[in-house]
Design a protein around this ligand. Structure first.
Ligand SMILES: Cc1cc2nc3c(=O)[nH]c(=O)nc-3n(C[C@H](O)[C@H](O)[C@H](O)COP(=O)(O)OP(=O)(O)OC[C@H]3O[C@@H](n4cnc5c(N)ncnc54)[C@H](O)[C@@H]3O)c2cc1C
Length: 404
């Protein structure tokens, strides 16, 4: 049997073509978020508050270190001044503003530099996030940014590959050998990946016990939310209908955003994994030896090479083997957003360079700094959203206390 014939082999009979993914949302439960937002708005209006839609903050009204309102531009381009006893700025981060990334994020500047890019060029880095207008408004009113290093969320050049549905599994490099502690989740600065050349191939591998292995994963970014039965049911269904060979098969990617499928690869033997991954003879021999070595570590419960958390040392032994390939490269990015923001005190009051509060000015969420230390970490899912929500609540609490 030739290699390409082997790749085309299906482990179990299936229709000739992979099924067309069904993009219908299968969840019977309502999305809670609109409900939360609506409830908050209703609560505000019940208390006599008013929502002004389509107002973009431009400037804070201030005199010295006292803020008394803000100026907004509405969707028709008309300016409005809203006077207030207190202003809480919750306009997010600056990750979507190339100039601010360059000016304010030492991490981004140096990341570009370390990849040989011009660190004075704002376009040498990329990133998601807001335009930084909230932080700018605070700075113009006398605020200061938190001291560096200024953390971003998922900064770096890339993540290691996982499975279509998420999770962290043993990863083998271009030479077929493991090169890191995979129990460190995919998210974050990924310093080890930033050391690798562009185009460095990585192969993540698990086996038929993927669901057991997934239950050992840290709960957080890139790991599937296993608490939702309808998600698990669909992933199980997709995985049970696996197809071996280089074309892979679709698996619903609940670890990502929206309703989308990713291609998952499968093979009956580790030799086939190596062939499909494109390993040459030497890398293939390394890979097979490395899997055997890894499995020995699993048996003795200690990773002598990379110190993987023993609870994540689960062998790669039972076919079919599931795997995903990926490679490093692309523009250095701040990832999802920047977490660096303006200095505040314990009551979320925005501080001047003298570390004195600017009267009437508060910041929360990504506009507010010092929330993540030197680095964004995700020991739990939603760490960033939760921290933004909680700081908003605390800032509002402080405003109420301060205005009494
Ligand atoms: C793709 C992606 C995936 C993410 N995944 C996760 C995750 O899984 N878990 C997690 O915890 N975090 C995640 N994050 C990060 C998280 O979304 C943010 O950290 C969090 O939303 C910050 O909340 P915030 O309220 O401070 O700011 P934002 O959510 O950014 O909200 C800022 C708001 O202010 C508005 N605004 C901005 N400028 C102005 C202005 N000048 N005038 C008026 N309004 C303005 C914006 O329109 C927006 O509505 C993700 C981020 C991205 C981009």
């Amino acid at each position: 049997m030739t290699q390409s014939q082997r790749h085309a082999t299906h482990r179990r009979p299936r229709s000739a073509e992979a099924p067309t993914p069904d993009y219908t949302l299968k969840c019977e439960e309502p999305n809670m978020w609109p409900y939360v937002i609506r409830s908050l708005h209703t609560g505000l209006e019940d208390k006599g508050g008013q929502m002004l839609w389509g107002y973009q903050g431009q400037l804070l009204v201030h005199s010295g270190d006292v803020v008394t309102g803000a100026i907004f531009k509405d969707v028709d381009g008309v300016y409005h001044q809203v006077n207030a006893k207190s202003v809480i700025v919750t306009a997010g981060d600056f990750g979507g503003n190339p100039d601010m990334r360059l000016d304010l994020s030492d991490q981004m500047r140096n990341l570009a530099w370390s990849r040989g890019s011009d660190r004075t060029d704002p376009m040498a880095t990329g990133g998601m996030g807001r335009d930084g207008s909230g932080i700018r408004m605070c700075l113009w009113a006398g605020a200061t940014m938190e001291t560096g290093p200024r953390p971003a969320q998922s900064v770096g050049i890339n993540g290691k590959p996982g499975m279509a549905f998420g999770g962290s599994y043993p990863v083998f490099g271009a030479d077929g050998k493991r090169f890191m502690n995979e129990s460190l989740i995919k998210h974050g600065t990924n310093g080890y990946l930033d050391m690798l050349p562009d185009g460095y191939t990585m192969v993540a591998v698990t086996d038929n016990n993927w669901e057991t292995y997934m239950s050992h994963q840290g709960y957080g970014h890139e790991t599937m939310d296993t608490s939702s039965d309808y998600m698990m049911a669909e992933v199980r269904e997709n995985m049970a209908a696996y197809v071996t060979g280089p074309d892979g098969f679709p698996v619903r990617s609940f670890s990502r955003f929206g309703i989308e499928y990713s291609t998952q690869l499968a093979a009956d033997t580790l030799e086939e994994v190596a062939d499909i991954a494109g390993y040459d003879a030497e890398a293939k021999a390394n890979f097979l030896a490395e899997v055997a070595r890894y499995n020995e570590f699993c048996t003795k419960g200690h990773d002598d090479d990379w110190g993987c958390d023993p609870q994540n040392l689960l062998p790669i032994k039972d076919p079919p083997f599931f795997f995903t390939t990926g490679s490093t490269g692309g523009t250095p990015s701040n990832g999802l957003c920047q977490h660096a923001g303006v200095c505040t005190d314990g009551k979320y009051r925005v501080l001047t360079a003298a570390k004195a509060p600017i009267s009437g000015l508060y910041a929360a969420g990504n506009t507010c700094g010092q929330r993540m230390g030197v680095h964004y970490v995700t020991p739990t899912a939603g760490n960033s959203c939760a921290s933004a929500l909680t700081s908003g609540f605390c800032a509002a609490d402080a405003v109420i206390a301060d205005s009494q």
